[in-house]
Design a protein around this ligand. Structure first.
Ligand SMILES: Cc1cc2nc3c(=O)[nH]c(=O)nc-3n(C[C@H](O)[C@H](O)[C@H](O)COP(=O)(O)OP(=O)(O)OC[C@H]3O[C@@H](n4cnc5c(N)ncnc54)[C@H](O)[C@@H]3O)c2cc1C
Length: 830
């Protein structure tokens, strides 16, 4: 027994050092000292000696840095160089672009929460708030979404004019060029509010403010290009589009077949250096009405007119619409959300070199330019549009479920509906925090490559879930399209958000963990970077440092994961208050588990992990849920820890943690090397899977929050257009909701009398009058019930049409053939 206790004491000292990430020297001293003390106290000299020999055999070679480098690190460096897959130029560019923010802490296995909580609360400036309360509110009041989506298949001219005049297209353009120069938070708030009334309008406004000519010019444009284009883009004198995608290049944008050849041509009698471009692009937002086209193509210089390189690579140019040979103007029809979107083509279109963004020196740098700025737009556009739509769904579905009665009860009272309402409220709460977190990161100057992918993926996936629940709760009301249907177009727009700016399956399977693992890991990138160093001593020094840091990191994460798993995350430092402290501790545990599993997956599978997309996706899910949960906790702190929000926070937090657990379980269950998987299971789930999804009781509290006015609901509905204007059914429902709730006890009294057969008449209004005459309800109560009945009828009713109103005017026979340049034959020729 004393022998076991001696070994245990040494082990505990070792683990404590690993848990707290002490230096190697501290570990050696603490472990040796503990062994000696335990050996003497417990009188186990032989055990003590054996343990000391083992400890010294480990510590001495590792502490002799010169010896360690030459005898251990050097051979490992050789092996590492052999097994490490060479990064493609594209992957290298993607890894180098962008910055790492708090997600790096989540990958560390020991997040520094004070770093998160120190960040100032993101807030709008007075000017930005005035824009939201002024022009945005005015624009929302002008929007008739049915007219846009069904009658015009376009925004009406006055809406276009208003958008341009009020510089909605210039939110990211600095004031010196006439733009609004808004913060990312304000940009996000504007899009959320527009998305709350029309997906078509919010998409139209989002695109010029996302990746496109303005963003690219700001970063790479020459002064001449900036001075020419930016002031005109800011006020909508120029309408931009950006064309990357083509029939053969979708998710893999680097495979574009569009090309340009450097050449000389006589222009107005002058020999001009330029390019002959051949391109076939599709799905391009704003293309049909664009006046300036951002174009991505591969540039070749066979005659070496620019330099020695023949294949220069992906290049970006800005083509004025009037460019001879540029064919543009036809439209695609994206799922009844008719923002301007269409193809564009050109064959042997000659343009001077001055159209290159940044001029000829930027030829061939297009991919780097795109990747460097992509993350900023991706952090704002889609997450904001999704959040705005979810907030509106919360308002509308919460109110509708309280107004719509079946089986004598508001449908919100049925447990089945309550379950859907809880998902709507909980996921909306999580998404609002997520989109705010990424906007705040952009405002801090980050280029959030990993978290923008997390935000894009999860905001749009959860918007899909919420849109689906919204449809279900509304039943036929949401199915029958027409001016009264405020949910159908939101549902239709979801696949668009899922597809654009990185289609979701690819974003989840390839990008989140693929980039996150290397970018956020404290050592892997350093190890890989060491491989490219030519000075051998320096290379070995850096590799040795990264390698042993990495080994210590791995051991620490294994110990932390096990200890936190064994204690049910009950130990360790915690940020937050008495309510949220346990949440931070839980995240500590899963952060350690993620870091451990990621390291093991990378170490065991190496380059093959890239093709194990299902494992990579699940590891990315864990990182994502850690990030989303952190964003929620930060939001809770920023709002002054409001008690009213706790059910929402608790629901969303438990959902995230449960999903994290299931994702980790999926990784371990499907890990191809089984003995490694068994070990991981012990370290990650020593007592099995203990997390559970949010309880029914919690779900009931969330449903109660979103079906009645209140402080937590108000926060969820921030930036939703709720003014009860004639074009805004959701706003008018919101206005009626307090009366609907006030009427409920009166309805119960009335219902009782009805059931008791107290009335002689049959219709509702006559029975109300009878009830008043019999003293069942007062005159004021009668007026309230009549008012509510009339008000609610408007919201439960749907549209009907004369058949001629539903027919498209253009028949199959009238349709114009597509322009020839987009044909397969043409493309094949290219
Ligand atoms: C309405 C709309 C507007 C758009 N606006 C623009 C615009 O303004 N400018 C522009 O250039 N482009 C635009 N696009 C193009 C958009 O970015 C692409 O549609 C998107 O990149 C996906 O390409 P794809 O549709 O060809 O799908 P594909 O690339 O064919 O992908 C099909 C499926 O395969 C999955 N997939 C592909 N590769 C992988 C992988 N390695 N691992 C896992 N899954 C994978 C994808 O996730 C997707 O689910 C727009 C598209 C739409 C629909």
């Amino acid at each position: 027994m004393t022998v076991i206790l001696t070994v245990l004491a040494a082990l505990i000292a070792s683990c404590a050092c690993a848990y707290h990430r002490t230096s190697l020297r501290t570990w050696a001293i603490a472990t040796i000292a503990t062994t000696v003390i335990a050996g003497l106290v417990l009188q186990t000299p032989w055990t003590m000696v054996i343990l000391l020999l083992i400890e010294l055999a480990i510590a001495v070679p590792l502490l002799m840095v010169g010896f360690r480098r030459q005898q251990i690190s050097a051979p490992l460096l050789k092996m590492f160089a052999k097994v490490t897959p060479k990064l493609s130029e594209t992957e290298q560019t993607a890894l180098e672009a962008g910055t790492v923010g708090f997600e790096g802490e989540l990958f560390s296995g020991k997040p520094d929460w004070s770093r998160l909580l120190r960040e100032p609360k993101p807030e709008l400036s007075a000017e930005e708030q005035a824009f939201l309360d002024g022009p945005v509110e005015e624009l929302c009041a002008m929007i008739d979404d049915w007219q846009i989506t069904h009658e015009l298949a376009d925004l009406p001219p006055e809406v276009w004019d208003f958008i341009k005049k009020n510089r909605f297209f210039g939110m990211i353009i600095p004031k010196q060029y006439g733009g609004l120069q808004f913060s990312a938070l304000a940009h996000s708030a504007v899009l959320q509010k527009l998305a709350s009334i029309s997906a078509t309008v919010s998409s139209t406004v989002a695109v010029p403010n996302s990746l496109g000519p303005a963003e690219l010019l700001l970063h790479y444009g020459s002064d001449e290009q900036k001075n020419h284009y930016l002031p005109r883009l800011a006020v909508g004198e120029e309408i931009p589009c950006f064309a990357l995608t083509g029939p053969y290049a979708g998710s893999d944008a680097t495979s574009i077949t569009d090309y340009g050849v450097v050449c000389k041509q006589m222009v107005d009698g002058v020999e001009t250096l330029g390019m002959r471009l051949t391109f076939d692009k599709r799905y391009i937002t704003l293309a049909p009405i664009a006046t300036v086209v951002g174009l991505a193509f591969r540039l070749y210089d066979p005659d070496k007119l620019l330099g020695e390189k023949e294949d220069l690579g992906i290049t970006l140019a800005l083509l004025p619409r009037a460019t001879p040979g540029l064919e543009i103007g036809r439209r695609h029809f994206p799922l009844n959300i008719p923002f301007q979107n269409g193809p564009l083509h050109g064959k042997d279109v000659f343009v001077p070199m001055s159209v290159l963004i940044g001029g000829p020196k930027m030829a061939g740098h297009g991919w780097r330019m795109l990747v460097e700025v992509l993350s900023v737009g991706r952090a704002i556009s889609l997450p904001s549009n999704a959040t705005g739509a979810m907030r509106t769904s919360t308002a509308a579905t919460g109110a509708y479920a309280r107004m719509r009665k079946q089986f004598g009860l508001a449908i919100a009272r049925f447990e089945g509906v309550e379950e859907a309402l809880a998902r709507i409220g909980g996921l909306t709460y999580a998404t609002t925090a997520l989109s705010r977190a990424t906007a705040a990161a952009v405002d801090r100057g980050e280029k959030p490559a990993v978290t923008s992918a997390i935000a894009k993926y999860h905001a749009t996936e959860w918007a899909r879930q919420v849109a689906s629940d919204t449809m279900d709760v509304h039943g036929g009301k949401a199915v029958q399209l027409g001016p009264k249907n405020y949910a159908g177009r939101g549902w239709a727009s979801v696949p668009i958000a899922i597809t654009v700016e990185g289609a979701n399956i690819m974003t989840r399977s390839l990008m989140i963990f693929g980039q996150g693992a290397i970018r956020c890991h404290p050592y892997v990138l350093k190890e890989m970077q060491a491989l490219s160093i030519t000075d051998r001593d320096e290379q070995l020094r850096l590799f040795d440092r990264a390698l042993f840091g990495h080994i210590g990191f791995g051991i620490s994460n294994a110990v932390r994961s096990l200890v936190l798993g064994l204690t049910g995350s009950a130990i360790g430092q915690a940020a937050g208050d008495a309510y949220t402290g346990r949440y931070y501790r839980k995240l500590n545990r899963y952060s350690a588990a993620l870091a451990l599993c990621a390291d093991v997956a990378m170490g065991v599978l190496g380059g093959k992990l890239k093709f194990k997309e299902k494992l990579s996706a699940r590891l990315g899910d864990v990182l994502s849920y850690l990030y989303i949960a952190s964003a929620m906790l930060k939001r809770y702190e920023d709002n002054g820890r409001p008690e009213a929000d706790r059910p929402l926070l608790a629901w969303a937090f438990h959902e995230c943690v449960w999903r994290m657990q299931m994702a980790l379980d999926g990784v371990i269950r499907n890990f191809p090397v089984r003995p490694v998987a068994w070990l991981l299971r012990v370290l990650v789930f020593p007592f099995g899977r203990r997390e559970v999804p949010p309880s029914d009781r919690l779900g009931r509290r969330v449903a109660a929050i979103i079906t009645a006015p209140g402080e937590a609901r108000d926060r969820l509905l921030e930036w939703v257009y709720l003014t009860p204007t004639p074009n805004n059914t959701v706003g008018r429902m919101e206005a009626l909701l307090p009366q609907v709730i006030a009427a409920e006890p009166v309805e119960r009294k009335f219902g009782k009398a009805q059931k008791a057969g107290q009335f002689k008449t049959h219709d509702y209004v006559s029975q109300l009058h009878e009830a008043q005459a019999q003293g069942v309800i007062s005159a004021a109560e009668l007026a309230l019930l009549e008012q509510v009945r009339e008000g609610v009828f408007e919201f439960i009713s749907v549209d009907d049409f004369d058949p001629s109103e539903l027919r498209a005017e253009v028949t199959r026979a009238d349709r114009q053939p597509a322009v020839a340049a987009g044909s397969e034959a043409e493309h094949g020729a290219s």
